[in-house]
Design a protein around this ligand. Structure first.
Ligand code: 3HC
Length: 382
């Protein structure tokens, strides 16, 4: 299949990510089939696409005529077979639970045309394992968008063990055609690039709060003060605490128990406080985005610690061959999180020696092996 052969894209799952991906496909001119398991979910997804396109039209990013045309190019479905029967490219965006993903791909393999490519928007799960339930693993690929999909430029394109080069290239081309910035992830490894680099941050941030060094708001205020669009706790609420929870369970199973969800996160999940989507999480979202008081920025929390362990984790990706290109890692962190600089750009400014020493101290202070500096970090020169 060639890029020009893709006329219709089916998006399976109409939630935060699914509706955003469907909107991105509409903006690129594709016909879209949006599917979810209940009418109210597809209705909500369609409503959100309508609101977002109206926002873009108000800002004159799309014309009123194009907006109307796009709304006419999307159809919604409850029946999976109906949604994907004539799709050329299918993007799955269902909950981050491996059994659910596998069930969906088993069905997709039966119901989608034989030559259709099947992509998963999973944020950290094995594409190889998802593909293993299909009869076409060479046509299964990771296509990880970032939230909100319509705003964030990055798409990680992940090669499963059996994904063909043709599938990779077509997915990279499609992402570019969707006005995104795709980055190749060469090895199907837990968390891919963005979420793997973020994973030790959750350990450190949790420990800082548990030890009473700073509160979530004091940490967010400090990082927002430095120019981040959202602090890490606000961002967790924004993407959904259930997603962060399932993701850290998955990383803990695959890498080490240290990456498991902190206690406070389990408590939030049990209470049903999932962040923005339920109106309450770490913050109160019932009246919109929380107003974080920047004057509460706490000096006791040193953001360099977060940078040190993230650069260290990034060096593990180079050692493991997840990507060979440090510039791609910087690109992922800049465009996946709207950061001003990538980890290696920061490391060159701060100095690899200093970061490696700090990682050694953090590993000792917190008793966390995941913070231990790699040989690549100690050598520096990246
Ligand atoms: N539709 C259309 N436009 C939208 C939009 C939407 N749904 N949401 C935001 N925008 C536009 C706004 O119109 C605005 O455009 P402008 O600059 O031309 O005025 C721009 O985006 C920024 O929005 P605002 O400044 O008005 O602030 P908002 O509160 O609306 O935006 C935000 C919030 C864009 C989410 C911003 O806070 C941000 O960039 N946060 C960081 C997001 C991030 O890091 N995402 C990655 C999460 S991790 C992930 O997804 C991985 C997964 O695996 C978990």
């Amino acid at each position: 299949m060639k890029l020009e052969d893709i006329k219709k894209i089916a998006v399976v799952g109409a939630g935060d990510m699914g509706h955003g991906i469907a909107e991105v496909a509409l903006l690129a001119g594709y016909k879209v089939a949006l599917r979810d398991v209940e009418q109210r979910f597809v209705d909500k997804g369609l409503q959100r696409i309508g609101e977002s396109l109206a926002r873009l039209a108000r800002k004159k990013r799309v014309s009123e005529e194009d907006r109307r045309e796009m709304m006419g190019k999307i159809e919604t479905f409850i029946d999976l077979g109906e949604a994907v029967k004539d799709a050329d490219f299918v993007i799955e965006a269902v909950p981050e639970v491996m059994d659910i993903k596998k069930r969906v791909f088993l069905e997709l393999d039966k119901l989608a045309p034989n030559d259709a490519l099947l992509a998963s928007n999973s944020s950290n799960m094995s594409i190889t394992e998802i593909a293993s339930v299909t009869s076409r693993p060479e046509k299964v690929v990771g296509m990880h968008f970032f939230n909100p999909a319509v705003v964030m430029k990055l798409v990680e394109v992940i090669k499963g063990d059996e994904t063909s080069e043709e599938t990779m290239q077509l997915t990279l081309d499609l992402a570019t055609r969707m006005n995104k910035l795709p980055v190749r992830v060469e090895k199907d490894s837990v968390g891919f690039i963005y979420n793997r680099i973020g994973a030790p941050g959750l350990i450190l941030l949790g420990a800082i709060v548990d030890r009473g060094i700073a509160t979530p708001e004091e940490i967010d205020a400090r990082l927002k003060h430095m120019g981040m669009p959202m602090g890490p706790y606000e961002l967790m609420d924004y993407v959904g605490l259930d997603i962060v929870y399932h993701s850290s369970l998955y990383v803990a199973e695959r890498l080490s128990a240290e990456y498991g969800p902190p206690e406070w996160l389990q408590e939030k999940i049990e209470a049903g406080d999932l962040g923005k989507k339920t109106g309450k999480g770490i913050y109160d979202w019932s009246r919109g985005r929380p107003a974080i008081d920047l004057s509460r920025a706490k000096e006791d929390f040193d953001p360099t610690d977060l940078i040190a362990i993230q650069v260290n984790e990034a060096t593990k990706l180079l050692e493991e061959g997840v990507t060979k290109n440090p510039d791609d890692i910087d690109k992922v962190m800049i465009h996946g999180g709207r950061a001003a600089f990538g980890p290696f750009q920061l490391a060159r400014g701060i100095g690899y020696d200093k970061l490696a020493r700090r990682c050694e101290e953090l590993a000792r202070e917190y008793g966390v092996e995941a913070f231990r500096p790699t040989e690549t970090l100690k050598k520096g020169n990246i």
